[in-house]
Design a binder for this molecule. Sequence first.
Ligand SMILES: *[C@@H]1O[C@H](CO)[C@@H](O)[C@H](O)[C@H]1NC(C)=O
Ligand SMILES: *[C@@H]1O[C@H](CO)[C@@H](O)[C@H](O)[C@H]1NC(C)=O
Ligand SMILES: *[C@@H]1O[C@H](CO)[C@@H](O)[C@H](O)[C@H]1NC(C)=O
Ligand SMILES: *[C@@H]1O[C@H](CO)[C@@H](O)[C@H](O)[C@H]1NC(C)=O
Ligand SMILES: *[C@@H]1O[C@H](CO)[C@@H](O)[C@H](O)[C@H]1NC(C)=O
Ligand SMILES: *[C@@H]1O[C@H](CO)[C@@H](O)[C@H](O)[C@H]1NC(C)=O
Ligand SMILES: *[C@@H]1O[C@H](CO)[C@@H](O)[C@H](O)[C@H]1NC(C)=O
Length: 278
Amino acid sequence: MALQQFVCSFTLVIIFLCKECGSKPGNSSSIITGQDATPGSWPSYAAIVIVGFQFGGSLINDQWVLTAASFIPLDTLTEWVPTVYLGGYNLSGSNPNQVNRTVENIICHPEFDFTTLENNICLLKLSAPVNFTDYIQPIYLPSENSTFNNECSSWIIGLVYNSDGTFTKTLQEAKVPIVENNECKGIFQGSYPKITENMICAGDNDSCLFTYGAPLMTKRKSVWLQSGVLSVSACGAFPSVFTRVSPYQKWISDTVTGTAPKFFTFTSPDNSTSPTTM
Ligand SMILES: *[C@@H]1O[C@H](CO)[C@@H](O)[C@H](O)[C@H]1NC(C)=O
Ligand SMILES: *[C@@H]1O[C@H](CO)[C@@H](O)[C@H](O)[C@H]1NC(C)=O
Ligand SMILES: *[C@@H]1O[C@H](CO)[C@@H](O)[C@H](O)[C@H]1NC(C)=O
Ligand SMILES: *[C@@H]1O[C@H](CO)[C@@H](O)[C@H](O)[C@H]1NC(C)=O
Ligand SMILES: *[C@@H]1O[C@H](CO)[C@@H](O)[C@H](O)[C@H]1NC(C)=O
Ligand SMILES: *[C@@H]1O[C@H](CO)[C@@H](O)[C@H](O)[C@H]1NC(C)=O
Ligand SMILES: *[C@@H]1O[C@H](CO)[C@@H](O)[C@H](O)[C@H]1NC(C)=O
């Protein structure tokens, strides 16, 4: 059962991309990829590898990674313990700043529902803390009253799944527009999944392939904050669906041990924010 779920998730590693928000890409007729991310530009990115399959996550303090629940093996087969890579993930082999960890504990949301993808969020406790470097830094999270409206300032990162069945060799990045929830509900009406307040949609017509669990991020001043966790990727007229992070502030705070993750309220348009450290 767990294997089926796992493989099923894997075959759906698809997401929308929009290289230049709002504008159409010049020439692409097939898969539109993101662009290579400069090493060190996304220091919170966590590459999660489970029996060779690639997923995404993000570091939220020195020992915890936030990701999706839908691809996490539900049984305890030891060979499926994820390996988490921080500080860069270059499949071509050069990873001078990389640190790896196994996972000591997996805590997915107790009300995660695989059929609706409600509460598709999971926390991984690394086998040991990591030291922060220029290449390894935690990301900030939005507190529960945050709002992300129609806007064009969000980024997704991850490895892109190529049409030949391989992943891109290095981390890709792309700017995507947020699709406001009521609009997204309309787009998904009668389709899967049913969009709820615990989800956030992003992407447009320009589709591509990314890694499940990977972060959707917005910049506030010099700080990056994670608004979503990739839950459902889509192609064509549908945006991708992310688990909205802000409703889970309390669950995340209650679950994570050690240094508390940093939360702040993000409102969109972003001119009324006040940082709070919780
Ligand atoms: C589209 O591709 C053709 C052939 O590769 C190239 O000559 C042209 O400049 C491209 N156009 C754009 C807008 O990128
Ligand atoms: C990945 O590693 C290869 C081989 O060392 C190197 O040529 C390339 O520049 C690296 N790319 C990134 C984005 O780190
Ligand atoms: C993890 O990092 C250590 C030290 O750099 C390295 O020896 C080991 O091969 C790495 N393990 C994996 C699974 O990449
Ligand atoms: C983290 O930094 C401390 C202090 O510099 C050092 O003692 C420790 O070995 C480092 N840990 C790792 C895993 O690099
Ligand atoms: C969110 O807003 C409600 C109503 O304004 C308020 O009562 C609550 O304290 C806020 N929560 C946080 C975490 O700021
Ligand atoms: C997708 O592109 C088509 C053709 O350019 C356009 O008619 C349609 O409105 C677009 N859909 C969305 C959701 O942007
Ligand atoms: C904040 O945004 C609103 C709506 O866009 C705008 O009317 C207002 O002038 C902005 N305030 C500041 C201080 O920038």
